[in-house]
Design a protein around this ligand. Structure first.
Ligand code: BDR
Ligand code: CA
Length: 319
């Protein structure tokens, strides 16, 4: 049984790897890729998404552009981590694909409304602007979506401020809407994704695959490693976004705890913090869950397997 997903992202090095995992894994049916401003401006992340779609051979998957800024706050981007292009490192040929004519919010709504109830999982790996607008514009999607499995937030520390993670602090108001809509939410935050480290051994394994998509990933990771070393003092870079896709493929790869979650909207030190109420005992029946642990071996196994399955299409435009 495959799981239908919509991947809403801001490529982004790790978003790109999330796209490749979603396309390369046989248990995922990727219905659409939608983009949102975050790691870079909307035009840049959309261009990157189209290039990754080429590399992954996503001939049937629409790629649509969404919101170019957060709901309330001024836009902010992350060139220290992702470079000026949003995906610095690999040289990308111009995309052969066209962006879908629909706004991402419309495509998300149309897709969910057209599929059977409970069949579509939303996987946001950027700011939550498109997802928040979609559920405000068409509240019925809350009952139709199977679950929202998002990369963002954290239980114990931030990466963009002491308390707050990038995807949430970029657009806390949208995150607030998404965490409080009446659908199941799994927050795959830094507690799990800081365990998804692309160590030299991991990069060696990916290099050994030797096809186009794996070469692309190695080039991404080389830039990402340097950026994380210099700006965040990481020995190896955390590859956040594919952890959310991995959770959809195999729930047991990411251990979660059922806990009430909300988002801080003030303007003080903790803006964008995902606040977990850990006073009550963990509750499996909770509407909101937070990731606490990652099975690293099986996670990288999924990435390697997906890259091996993808066709060798990169940088061979004559094909
Ligand atoms: C998240 O922020 C972005 O820079 C990454 O793509 C990831 O989605 C990690 O905090
Ligand atoms: Ca991202």
């Amino acid at each position: 049984m495959t799981t239908k997903i919509i991947l809403d992202c801001d490529p982004g090095h790790d978003d790109a790897i999330a796209m490749l995992l979603a396309q390369g894994n046989p248990e995922i049916d990727l219905l659409a890729v939608t983009t949102v401003a975050g790691n870079q401006t909307l035009d840049k992340v959309t261009r990157n998404a189209l290039a990754v779609a080429d590399i992954a051979g996503m001939t049937e998957v629409p790629v649509a552009a969404g919101c170019d800024r957060p709901l309330v706050r001024a836009p902010r981007v992350a060139p220290d981590i992702h470079g000026e292009s949003g995906m610095d490192g690999p040289q990308l040929p111009p995309s052969v694909r066209e962006v879908d004519g629909r706004h991402a919010v419309d495509l998300i709504i149309e897709t969910i409304m057209a599929e059977p109830v409970g069949s579509v999982t939303l996987v946001p790996t950027g700011a939550l602007t498109n997802i928040a607008l979609a559920v405000r514009r068409e509240p019925r999607i809350a009952d139709r979506v199977r679950e929202v499995v998002l990369m963002g937030g954290a239980l114990h520390r931030g990466n963009w401020s002491a308390t707050s993670e990038f995807n949430i602090i970029v657009d806390p108001e949208s995150a607030h809407i998404v965490f409080n809509a009446d659908w199941p939410v799994t927050m795959v935050g830094l507690d799990a994704t800081h365990q998804a480290l692309a160590t030299p051994e991991v990069i060696e394994r990916i290099t050994a695959i030797g096809n186009g998509p794996s070469r692309f990933v190695v080039e991404l990771l080389e830039f990402f490693a340097k950026a994380y070393r210099e700006s965040q003092h990481f020995a190896s870079p955390p590859v956040h976004d594919p952890v959310a896709v991995a959770r959809v493929i195999d729930r047991s790869i990411v251990r979660t705890v059922g806990v009430p979650l909300d988002v801080e909207l003030g303007n003080g030190l903790t803006v964008g913090m995902t606040v977990a109420d850990l006073r009550a005992p963990a509750d499996d029946a909770s509407r909101t869950h937070a990731a606490v642990d990652l099975d690293q071996e099986r996670f990288w196994g999924l990435i390697v397997d997906a890259l091996e399955r993808l066709d060798d299409r990169l940088l061979t435009p004559e094909e």
